[in-house]
Design a protein around this ligand. Structure first.
Ligand code: AP5
Length: 214
């Protein structure tokens, strides 16, 4: 399986990516998770990335492209990959095509999760994320069994810095300006499959799986 999950902040990319990696056994490559881990570890990359992430801006292309290039070259990606949150600009998409060609890896199917903006704000403002394994929960739609604790690994659930209302609005604006053009970009290449991202998570997972197995 060679897949990109595309969609605005809060569309459910992380939620679906975790279910898809379990079903199909390919690694999830989430640039957001990689960057947050670097922020948590206080590395030079993390310190640089934090200045962009906290205000809802994109981390510079060259930084993120380097991260993905290194990750895709690892042996567990040889049989497939699931990209979550990358590419996010046309420059990143063009770099991805070049790096996959260099690696001799298949080009991806792009699954675009379609969700209305009001729903995105509701999802993001109620999200709680596991500090340990990054599993997403939601105070109303997907609460943990024990408040504040991850069902999967027992880690602590936190609200992400960028899930405050003002930063959410900024992220959605950045999405419209810089990432939405990728829909046309991949449509022109005949690689795009749009999936309705509204409904129960299991239902959406079923739609994505059928699309991929077509
Ligand atoms: P990143 O971590 O990639 O954030 P994002 O794209 O904004 O996406 P989210 O993680 O917010 O949402 P999601 O679609 O994964 O939704 P989720 O499944 O969690 O990026 C963060 C930052 O890092 C960026 O702003 C940027 O600064 C930087 N960055 C990352 N990649 C970059 C790149 N390539 N280039 C440059 N900068 C980059 O679901 C959301 C909530 O909804 C959860 O609470 C969940 O439980 C709930 N939910 C999910 N599905 C449903 C459903 N069907 N019904 C009800 N609730 C649901």
């Amino acid at each position: 399986m060679h897949v990109i999950l595309l969609g605005p902040p809060g569309a459910g990319k992380g939620t679906q990516a975790k279910m898809l990696t379990e079903r199909y056994g390919v690694p999830q490559i989430s640039t957001g998770d990689i960057l947050r881990a670097a922020v948590g570890a206080g590395t030079p990359l993390g310190r640089e990335a934090k200045t962009y992430m906290d205000r809802g801006a994109l981390v510079p292309d060259e930084v993120v492209i380097g991260i993905v290039r290194d990750r895709l070259a690892e042996p567990d990606c040889h049989g497939g990959y699931l990209l979550d949150g990358f590419p996010r600009t046309v420059a990143q998409a063009e770099a991805l095509t070049r790096m996959l060609r260099d690696l001799g890896t298949r080009l991806p199917i792009v699954v675009n999760l379609d969700v209305a903006e009001g729903e995105l704000v509701r999802r993001l403002s109620g999200r709680r994320t596991c500090q340990g394994c990054s599993e997403p929960f939601h105070v109303d739609f997907h609460p943990p069994r024990v408040e504040g604790t991850c069902d999967k690994c027992g880690g602590t659930l936190i609200q992400r810095e960028d899930d405050r209302e003002e930063t959410i609005r900024r992220r959605l604006q950045v999405y419209r300006e810089q990432t939405e053009p990728l829909i046309g970009y991949y449509q022109t290449q005949g690689r795009l499959k749009t999936v309705d991202g509204l409904g129960e998570t299991g239902e959406i997972f079923g739609r994505i799986s059928s699309t991929l197995e077509e």
